[in-house]
Design a binder for this molecule. Structure first.
Ligand code: PEP
Ligand code: MN
Length: 355
């Protein structure tokens, strides 16, 4: 699509194809409102939990074919097994992508690659669910090894056990590292799966373009409330149009200002991590405090704190962190732990609270 005079590669469409009407209806509105380059729709859905919608299966290929002939637009879907590749080739699908749950399994990636060999399909490779750049690189290398040259990576964020403002943390440093490893490889950002909701899609899409990503994959459904998968993160074509109008496409030249912005984005991500980890640590401090109270154990265990200080300073200095700075940081953290546990000892109830 053309955005502010600049060409931005846009893949849009529903998370899943649900019916002929839903797919054709959504595609038609999208084409009218945002002129995507490719229409996407998942027809085989790898779901985390059983008894949820697992896609319409190969029947959906016919609807994708219809979209392709009716509107003259390329179409894309996810392949999870070699058989899916064969069905997509037969149906004249243009793009297929490997999903985050497939990329974690090199054996399956290899089997899919064997089926891809010799085809004209264009391939997009999502990052794996976990923040392991080697798995992502490994899958991309296996695709290159098939001889297929039309390859792009999709950044869809990384899952985390800890609470996070995102469904999948963007961890921008990982796609940035992929860019350094493969400077020519286009990287497309999928803000829908990063956000898991609609209100931060614009911000993430903007950051992706500011980090020089080459395109966007955004989920859109003509009636998201009725969507059978990922309903909270799908935009209506109208909402997508509004968001795209607000996005600023900045110059691609590597200006000093741009470089600074990229580095600051990385700092923001790292700070978010630090805060999540710190919050988890303080939560455990509370649990220990309750345990000490129930078992009548003193708060200060000097052997334990001595060990923590020596161990962390050794580890930290080997990571090039200044030892004086480490001492101050550890003291601050330790003091907060003592304050929290003193507070717990003060409370009247002797029962272990779970909160
Ligand atoms: C999808 O694109 O709908 C999807 C399932 O994506 P991911 O593999 O990123 O979870
Ligand atoms: Mn989805």
């Amino acid at each position: 699509m053309i955005l502010k005079g600049r060409n931005i590669f846009l893949v849009a469409g529903p998370c899943s194809a649900e019916s002929r009407d839903q797919l054709i209806g959504t595609a038609s509105e999208l084409i009218q409102k945002v002129q995507p380059d490719v229409i996407r729709a998942g027809i085989w859905k790898a779901r985390t939990r059983m008894n949820t919608f697992e896609g319409v299966g190969k029947e959906g290929l016919k609807w994708l074919q219809e979209v392709k002939t009716m509107f003259g637009i390329p179409v894309a879907t996810e392949v999870l097994k070699p058989e899916h590749v064969e069905l997509c080739i037969d149906a004249g699908i243009d793009y297929v992508w490997l999903g985050a749950r497939t990329v974690v399994n090199p054996f399956m990636v290899q089997e899919i690659c064997s089926a891809l060999k010799g085809s004209n399909l264009k391939i997009m490779v999502k990052n794996p669910v976990n923040p392991d750049i080697k798995l992502w690189i490994g899958a991309i290398e296996r695709i290159f090894d098939t001889g297929i040259t039309s390859v792009a990576a999709i950044h869809r964020g990384f899952s985390t056990y800890y609470s996070s403002p995102y469904r999948n943390m963007p961890l921008w440093e990982i796609p940035n590292e992929l860019r350094r490893a493969f400077p020519e490889l286009p990287i497309i950002c999928d803000p829908s799966h990063i956000c898991g909701r609609t209100d931060c899609i614009q911000e993430i899409a903007q950051q992706a373009l500011d980090l020089e990503m080459n395109g966007l994959m955004i989920e859109s459904h003509y009636n998201p409330l009725l969507a059978k998968s990922d309903k909270d993160q799908q935009l209506t074509p109208d909402q997508l149009q509004d968001i795209l109008h607000c996005i600023i496409v900045r110059n691609r030249c590597e200006s000093l200002e741009q470089k600074l912005k990229n580095l600051r984005n990385e700092i923001d991500t790292i700070d978010n991590h630090l805060l999540e980890i710190l919050s988890r640590r303080l939560q455990i401090v509370k649990e220990i405090g309750k345990f000490k109270k129930t078992h009548q154990i003193t708060i200060l265990q000097s052997e334990r704190s001595k060990h923590i200080f020596t161990d962390r300073i050794n580890k930290g200095t080997s990571l090039n962190i200044d030892s004086e700075f480490l001492k101050t940081l550890l003291k601050t953290i330790h003091n907060e732990a003592i304050r929290i546990q003193l507070d717990i000892m003060k409370t009247d109830s002797d029962s272990i609270q779970t909160k």
